[in-house]
Design a protein around this ligand. Sequence first.
Ligand code: FAD
Length: 286
Amino acid sequence: MKARAFAYVRPRTLKEAHAAFDAAQGDASFISGGQSLVPALAMRLQAPQLLVDLAGLDQLRGVRLEGETLRIGALTRHAETLTEPLIRRHAPLLAAAAPFVAHPAIRNRGTLGGSVALADPASEFPAMMLAMGAQMEISGPEGLRRVPADEYFQDLYQTAIAPGEILIALHVPAAGSSHCWAFDELARRRGDYAMVGGGMMAERAGDGLRGVRIALFSVGPTPVRARRAEAVLEGRAPDAAAIAEAQRALDGDIDPMDDAEIPASLRRHLARVLLGRLLAKLEAPQ
Ligand code: FAD
């Protein structure tokens, strides 16, 4: 199939982008890397009369350290997370997750903002926003606002972004020398969406962990914080006893559904395996 005919604009300012969207009276889509939107247009799952290309907006570009926070522009491409030194140093979970996201051709075009705006529950980067405790900067009718990841993911493909609003940047608490992290996922083939995946961040405090944040994906309609497992691990060394206890606690954190391919019981089992692997491979800065 081919996409329905549409008009296309590439505004230079946020004001122009919002005005173009509003003029289409809701029958418009923003486009960033196009790696999810273009297939949806081609299959006519979406058929807006106007595409508003965000590529000309400078506010959505660049990666910079602002005090204790790393500001990552929404147009930063998946592939840049592997090469950008500030991301590798201060948001290492993104660099760890990137090789698992799709394939190189898609990573060269897909953007972090597009992935986090779409909020596919099987996607790596949205869940890593939750694991890192990031804030999403959104441009709307009232101007700019920031929404913490814990409030951002609302339901299946539903986020705090209202129609016509634009995700500008991701603000990530900058990881430092005391932090450790891990990412992993279980998929049938490399590049496939994961059956279960997750990432975690924590600080080392003596032999123990503190500020533990664990986020899983492909276990429900949104990325999920594993708060019970986090509580078990807080202040403890990730030894065999703590890992086993956290794996048991994880059962209360997730509520996966049966689907045609994977029964909920298997996803629960895979989530426990995954948590064990994350804790066994916690990495620290080199
Ligand atoms: P687009 O496709 O341009 O947009 C996606 C949606 O977000 C649209 O609804 C658009 O209107 C909206 N949007 C985009 N940018 C903004 C913004 N700044 N503000 C507000 N709304 C915005 N992803 C994974 O996570 N893991 C995978 O394993 C994976 N595998 C894939 C395999 C294939 C074959 C393909 C085609 C895609 C795969 N993807 C995967 C999806 C890919 O990562 C997409 O690039 C990403 O999800 C969307 O980013 P984008 O920049 O291409 O967004």
